[in-house]
Design a protein around this ligand. Structure first.
Ligand code: ADP
Ligand code: MG
Length: 646
């Protein structure tokens, strides 16, 4: 290394930010620095073993793969040494002087979003806890160290001399050649403990932290020459030997989650492939966007050797909420990660995992409705993407849950089978409405006919639901259909169960009917291109009007979704259907008969259209709408005082 490169170098700005927060605001849960350093050591050993299995020969090939921690009470130092992959001088600077930008941004955003919270202490504790997720784990060492050196000697390559990285975590670091004699292979992290972190010089304390956070590290960990972790690979153990606490501890160790898992699925299979699987369902909703987009998948082991974290060939995307481990004897140890895609063995494992998971969910739904409901609330959004899995569609459909018009509150759920049981004789359709929430669904004018006939409608609150319904097509020979798309005659087979709120009015005379037709034409003239047609509705009872898709068109939610995708913000042109028997329309008819060009009539037509548009989920011109309704109020108040003579 050139002489000038021994000069102190600046940490990149994002590193400084992370360091500043770590050293100045995270005082609780500092013990996790040990977990982070042990996990880095374990990763380095994993990488070495992976390459050895592929036939490469490291320097000092006979060194054991292990992690050794030494405590020096006099010097107040703690060192962690591994015999893993090691780093070159350049890698030291690259890996410990920068952060993958997305990682630090995510971490900082996560911290910022928790600031200002009343439960700040708890939140920062969580932040310290999750630090390892963001690729910034190493820097947690500065929560406890006033000075840190990382001495490293690569296991492979020509450049396998030792170098040392040194920093006080304040803003700069140096990298320079180190004495090779002390280090044969791998990395030694040496920490000069801060005065207020002297607890980590105590053997019992360090051991208990390791037992708590690092019990499942797959390499021996020694503290002052005594081995601490003796846990075998839990997924290889017989189920009946394992306690709930052991499962939880394992789950927390592999996921960085601070909560217990919602559910555990542990099994082994022998045919068509041999494998052991230990799968967890987290008790939190999972986000798979942005930086965490690739954070799903299962850890793949071949005969207890880690081949890949987050392997996504093992499970389909709709089971992305699952976390855990798959270990198979049927893959060669020297398999390369690059060839894992489209691997036949993984595909077979995938199929067995899907079947087992579905059976498990079916059993859960049957035996523990409440827990299944919680699963649905947290992970239903991902799970329902399973509508794409043709081979398992029937089973997946049976596991879907919905809120509906027959449920008493927004949290209640029904299955399709329960819906079928409640349906009257002769019904062969699952009716649904997509709405932003329960209240909007209830007020949707298309609900009126269904309510009157006592027919249940599934209420879907997410736009993707409509794709699911479309994709499923049928379940047990019943069709899925949007209530909006129910034709005039679609519900004729079902008798009315309820009377409309308005009293029945006398039918229009022939002459009045003629005028009404003219009124409709006038309304179309007033609304112009905003509507395709204005016509009489046969679906309404209590509402004066509703917007419907032209025959053969799309449902409104589907149309909205497509518009968003196309970045199209124009309003859809629909048919305005009006309720001929509604008092409002009857009065408008009288106004029309008295004066076809009455300005008030034009005004009311516009308002009626605005209100229908709002119920359909569109609000294009709030100013205009507000102005129009203010005008109406003004008139109404004037007339009211006049009529009442006040
Ligand atoms: P992450 O482990 O998520 O990548 P860290 O901040 O913990 O993030 O570590 C940064 C990088 O430093 C690691 O990805 C690795 O390349 C390197 N590194 C850290 N510790 C070691 C070690 N003991 N042996 C080899 N490389 C290491
Ligand atoms: Mg790490």
């Amino acid at each position: 290394m050139a002489e000038e490169e021994k000069q102190p170098r600046q940490f990149r700005a994002e590193v400084c930010k992370v360091l500043h927060i770590l050293t100045n605001s995270l005082y609780t849960n500092r013990e996790i620095f040990l977990r982070e350093l042990i996990s880095n050591a374990s990763d380095a050993l994993d990488k070495l073993r992976y390459r050895m299995n592929r036939g490469e020969s490291p320097s000092h090939a006979d060194l054991p793969l292990e992690i050794r921690i030494n405590l020096d009470k006099d010097a107040k130092t703690l060192t962690i040494a591994d015999t893993g992959l090691g780093m070159t001088a350049d890698e030291l600077a690259e890996n410990l002087g920068t952060i993958a930008k997305s990682g630090s941004e995510q971490f900082l955003a996560d911290l910022a979003s928790t600031a200002g919270d009343e439960d700040k202490e708890k939140k920062t504790e969580d932040a310290a806890n999750i630090i390892g997720r963001f690729g910034v784990g190493f820097y947690s060492v500065f929560m406890v160290g006033s000075k840190v050196t990382v001495t490293s000697r690569p296991a492979f390559g020509d450049e396998n001399t030792a170098n040392v990285w040194t920093s006080d975590g304040l803003g700069t670091y140096t990298v320079e050649p180190a004495d090779d004699a002390d280090l044969q292979r791998g990395t030694v992290v040496k920490i000069w403990l801060k005065d207020d972190a002297s607890e980590f010089i105590e053997k019992y304390r360090v051991e208990s932290v390791i037992r708590k956070h690092s019990a499942f590290v797959p390499f021996p960990v020694f503290v002052d020459d005594g081995q601490v972790n003796t846990q075998p690979a839990l997924w290889r153990e017989p189920k009946f030997n394992i306690t709930k606490e052991q499962y939880s501890a394992f789950y927390k160790a592999v996921t960085y989650d601070s909560k217990d898992p919602l559910d555990v699925l542990h099994f082994s299979a022998d045919a068509p492939v041999q494998f052991n699987a230990l799968l967890f369902t987290p008790d939190d909703a999972q986000e798979f966007f942005g930086a965490e987009k690739d954070a799903w998948g299962l850890d793949l082991y071949a005969s207890r050797v880690l081949i890949q974290h987050h392997n996504q060939e093992l499970v389909p995307e709709y089971l992305a909420f699952l976390k855990g481990v798959v270990d198979t004897e049927d893959l060669p140890l020297n398999i390369s990660r690059e060839t894992l895609q489209e691997n036949v063995i993984l595909r077979k494992i995938n199929q067995v995992l899907v079947k087992q998971t579905l059976s498990h969910l079916e059993k859960l739904a049957k035996d523990d409705e409440e827990k299944y409901g919680r699963f649905w609330k947290l992970h239903g959004r991902i799970f329902k993407l399973g509508y794409n899995d043709f081979a398992n569609r029937e089973r997946i459909s049976a596991l879907l849950r919905f809120n509906s018009s027959a449920m008493t509150d927004a949290d209640a759920l029904t299955s399709l089978d329960a819906y079928m049981e409640r349906a009257p004789e002769g019904q062969k359709t699952f009716w649904y409405i997509v709405a932003p929430n329960r209240e909007a669904a209830r007020l949707n004018p298309h609900m009126e006919r269904f309510r009157r006939k006592g027919l249940e409608v599934l209420w879907l609150y997410e736009p993707v639901d409509e794709f699911v319904m479309d994709g499923l097509g049928k379940y047990k020979e019943w069709e899925f259909k949007s209530a909006e798309m129910a034709g005039d005659d679609a519900l004729n087979d079902f008798s009315d169960k309820e009377q409309p709120a308005h009293e029945a009015v006398a039918p229009l005379s022939d002459e009045e009917q003629g005028s009404f037709d003219n009124l409709l034409a006038k309304m179309k003239e007033i609304l112009g291109d905003k509507v395709k047609e204005v016509r009489v509705s046969h679906r309404l009872a209590d509402s004066p009007a509703v917007l419907v898709s032209p025959d053969g068109g799309m449902s409104s939610s589907m149309e909205k979704l497509l518009k968003v995708m196309r970045k199209d913000d124009t309003l859809p042109v629909k048919v305005l259907e009006v309720n001929r028997d509604h008092p409002l329309l009857r009065n408008m008819l009288r106004m029309f008969q008295a004066d076809a060009d009455d300005r008030m009539l034009a005004h009311m037509t516009q308002c009626l259209f605005d209100a229908s548009l709002l119920l359909d989920g569109y609000l294009k011109d709030p100013q205009e709408l507000a102005a129009r309704s203010r005008q109406l109020l003004e008139n109404a108040a004037a007339w009211y005082t006049e009529v009442k003579k006040i």
